[in-house]
Design a protein around this ligand. Structure first.
Ligand code: G4P
Length: 284
């Protein structure tokens, strides 16, 4: 498979803007994908965020392996970072996130209180594309968001949404870019659809994913695609999906491209299995 490179424009500009915004922030809320906590977190930003209170939200935990998410949370806690599994599309994300942010801001709030100031904590959500930043902001901001935006004289783009009496959230997320030097981790992001499919050959990508699922969750894979078993050889995996779904080409043969798209789509939607691609034990 060819190397995955990803050089978004304006990287330096984005970094400068992020640094500028950070001046106003008490707590940085890093959103990562619970299915790939290593790949979806750019360690280069550690220095940019140093000195800030930080929390990590493992989002899309509805799609990840629950036990792995628990172990990831412990792993972050051991490095002194508050962390929680959330599902921005679910019901309790706001409550969980708010509690965690307030916990992380406690020392600063207490220090200000000692000076007689009731500190309003300001936080910002940051993360690489597709981890669920916007969904989470919408979930946390709810209806108050529109109200704030409607005020005359309020510039769009940098607004604060009040989450609780002493907590405000910046209503635009801080965009980070993924670190793609490690090809295994880059592939994980491709499996999740977090880097563009066009960079890679779809059938090759789906085939790699099928191999991984065949060794990791063979029973669930067979349940989804009946003709695919733990013994199906690599060269017959996509064909087995075709046979399971009746993806045949008009002139004969199998529509393996269609099968590849279906496998990727169904995996991304969590229809094959709840799975975490990286374990905390592998963290460096
Ligand atoms: P971003 O701002 O970080 O780029 O991510 P965004 O909120 O746009 O979310 C990316 C996709 O992930 C969206 O799906 C969103 O619905 C989905 N998503 C976000 N959080 C969760 C979660 O906790 N669980 C699950 N299962 N999905 C989540 P989409 O298909 O791109 O858009 P849409 O069909 O929802 O409109």
């Amino acid at each position: 498979m060819p190397a995955i490179n990803w050089y978004p424009g304006h990287m330096a500009k984005t970094r400068r803007m992020l640094a500028e915004n950070l001046k106003m922030i008490d707590v940085v809320v890093e959103v990562i994908d619970a299915r790939a906590p290593l790949a979806s977190r750019n360690p280069d930003f550690d220095d940019l965020f140093s000195g800030k209170a930080r929390v990590v939200l493992l989002n899309k935990s509805d799609l990840a392996d629950g036990n792995a998410t628990k172990r990831w949370i412990s792993s972050f806690n051991r490095s002194g970072i508050e962390a929680a599994g959330v599902s921005a599309t679910g019901g309790s994300a706001k409550k969980t996130a708010t509690a965690l942010i307030e916990q992380a801001a406690k020392p600063r709030v207490a220090a200000m209180k000692a000076k007689g100031v009731n500190k309003v904590v300001r936080c910002m959500i940051v993360g690489i594309p597709n981890v669920g930043k916007s969904t989470l902001i919408n979930r946390m901001a709810g209806e108050t968001r529109a109200e704030v935006g409607d005020k005359p004289g309020v510039t769009r783009g940098k607004q604060w949404v009040r989450i609780s009496p002493y907590l405000e959230l910046m209503d635009t997320p801080g965009m980070l870019w993924p670190k793609l030097e490690d090809q295994t981790l880059a592939k994980h992001l491709a499996f999740l659809g977090s880097i563009k499919d066009e960079i890679m050959d779809t059938e090759e990508l789906a085939l790699e994913l099928l191999l991984l699922l065949q060794s990791g969750v063979p029973a669930q894979l067979s349940e989804r695609y009946g003709k695919l078993t733990a013994d199906t050889p690599e060269e017959a995996l996509l064909e087995a999906v075709c046979r399971s779904r009746g993806f045949l080409l008009r002139g004969g043969g199998f529509d393996t491209e269609r099968a590849a798209h279906v496998v990727l789509d169904e995996f991304r939607a969590g229809k094959i299995a709840r799975i975490t691609l990286e374990q905390p034990e592998a963290r460096v």
